[in-house]
Write a protein that binds this ligand. Structure first.
Ligand SMILES: Cc1cc2nc3c(=O)[nH]c(=O)nc-3n(C[C@H](O)[C@H](O)[C@H](O)COP(=O)(O)OP(=O)(O)OC[C@H]3O[C@@H](n4cnc5c(N)ncnc54)[C@H](O)[C@@H]3O)c2cc1C
Length: 450
């Protein structure tokens, strides 16, 4: 097959602009040393269809990039055509129907800005620039997801280019298997989504947040209290803790549907140790943009990041004992351990999304010097081995199966997903989860020498 005519740009390996496109496909400053054979900057659905067919003809795999926020650059693969969807960022909102149609590169911050004008909201990722494509496929733990659900549960329909080069319009009636897989398979999904139809939600009456920081001498007491308290707090109250080298901070955001709903923060204000706070913000009215800004400040663009995490519902004493090595060894002043309180959200037969727990224990290593890669990566990934006895899987949002194998969906869902993959993509055209031999990290190199 001759090279098709694309309406977007095709950058062959070695051509001008190829390397810039390869590097910019990954938001993290720590770039993978993997080199697709070509990068297609898709401008239309037809480009994706033609790209998938062309890659199959050439014996290449297909990697995908939407917002580029995979911490490990999972779409950038050797021997592949990288279909870069970053130009597909249109959205339309149907206020009356309570739905929106988004292209995969729409960023959470832009989506919520457009929704706000229509009196609506969506649980997009905490960082403003995360792309909806990978976020939705990986489950999607966004602002107020404890109440509104992992974002994948709000996907009603999607346009998907399959491995045979057909473009299907999928919903639960026409293509239930595709919809089931799309809701949570992460990078194990077997198609390229070019459009999502999402259910969106009424805007909040108000968002009110509080934050309390404590000396790390109180760390275990503070963390244990949040863990034991989360089953009793409103799902509309998003509570997490962050542990840095200096302090342990509880943050709580109340998503209020009516006047007076901010009283749900009283649950946090009842913490017995509150008077020891060294810094406090109390019941501060906030916008969704304020929340984005706070998150953005924690993970600014330009740093090197290694992020991972495990779910657990074990007794908190066991979690703290197992996690002590990680909690005591936060590698840089910017790094933090995210202690994300979740509790369980109802699972659905229409979604493969399944792995969850009361807590997501997530090391976020942040650094700038490449010489520190091994130390930071070891803390974020290898040190989680200490939690093996209490861990119940990971989130695809932070999954790094090349350097630390773990599951993001449960065994029954894994089996069904593998069977669907074999049916829809029998030759393995679409790249699957990253494998250890594809790792290009310092930790991966060390592991491969063992
Ligand atoms: C700073 C930062 C903050 C984050 N915060 C959150 C958070 O609050 N909650 C959360 O859940 N996650 C969070 N994440 C993780 C993020 O959701 C995932 O990395 C997600 O995959 C990013 O989506 P993307 O489209 O930007 O990524 P990309 O790197 O473009 O895509 C990652 C992979 O997803 C798959 N994929 C993406 N688009 C498509 C598509 N259209 N069709 C088929 N497959 C596709 C492909 O396998 C692709 O390689 C964060 C990441 C970063 C860097």
């Amino acid at each position: 097959m001759a090279t098709p005519t694309f309406s977007g740009r095709l950058l062959l390996r070695g051509s001008a602009d190829y390397e810039r496109a390869r590097l910019s496909a990954v938001w993290n400053a720590r770039k993978p040393d993997r080199h697709p054979e070509a990068i297609l900057l898709a401008a239309a659905d037809d480009d994706v269809v033609a790209g998938v067919r062309w890659a199959a003809e050439r014996g290449w795999r297909v990697g995908i990039r939407s917002g580029g926020h995979s911490w490990i650059g999972t779409g950038v693969r050797d021997g592949s055509l990288l279909i870069d969807l970053s130009g597909l960022d249109e959205m339309t909102i149907d206020r009356a129907a309570g739905t929106a149609t988004v292209r995969p590169a729409v960023r959470g911050v832009d989506f919520n800005a457009a929704l706000a004008d229509a009196g609506l909201v969506f649980p997009s990722g905490h960082c403003p620039s995360v792309g909806l494509g990978g976020f939705l496929l990986g489950g999607g733990y966004g602002w107020n997801s404890r109440a509104l659900g992992p974002a994948c549960m709000s996907v009603e329909a999607a346009d998907v280019v399959l491995a045979d080069g057909t473009l299907v319009h999928a919903d639960d009636e026409t293509h239930p298997e595709i919809m089931w897989a799309l809701r949570g398979a992460g990078p194990g999904f077997f198609g390229v989504v070019t459009r999502f139809r999402l259910r969106v939600h009424p805007a909040y009456h108000a968002i009110v947040r509080s934050a309390y920081s404590f000396p790390n001498a109180m760390r275990d007491e503070v963390l244990a209290w949040t863990y034991d308290t989360v089953p009793d707090i409103s799902p509309w109250l998003e509570m997490s803790a962050k542990v840095t080298q200096e302090v342990t901070t509880i943050t709580a955001a109340a998503f209020c549907r009516a006047p007076g709903d901010e009283s749900m923060l009283a649950a946090v204000e009842a913490a017995p140790f509150l008077r020891h706070a060294v810094r406090r913000v109390e019941r501060r009215p906030s916008t969704i943009n304020d929340l984005y800004a706070l998150s953005d400040a924690l993970t600014p663009h330009g740093n090197r990041y290694a992020v991972d995490g495990v779910w657990t519902s074990a007794p908190v004493g066991e979690v703290l004992a197992a996690g002590r090595g990680v909690l005591d060894a936060i590698p840089t002043p910017e790094s933090f351990l995210l202690w994300m309180l979740w509790d369980n959200y109802p699972e659905a037969a229409t979604a493969c999304w399944s792995t969850q727990g009361r807590l997501y224990f997530s090391p976020n290593a942040v650094w700038t010097d490449p010489a520190a890669d091994l130390r930071a990566e070891s803390w974020a990934h290898a040190a989680l081995d200490d939690l093996a006895g209490v861990a119940a899987g990971t989130q695809f949002a932070d999954h790094n199966p090349a350097d630390r194998p773990d599951h993001g969906i449960e065994p029954a869902q894994q089996q069904r997903l593998a069977a669907l993959r074999a049916k829809y993509d029998p030759s393995g055209l679409l790249c699957d989860y990253l494998r250890p031999e594809e790792s290009t990290t310092a930790l991966g190199r060390q592991l491969s020498q063992r």
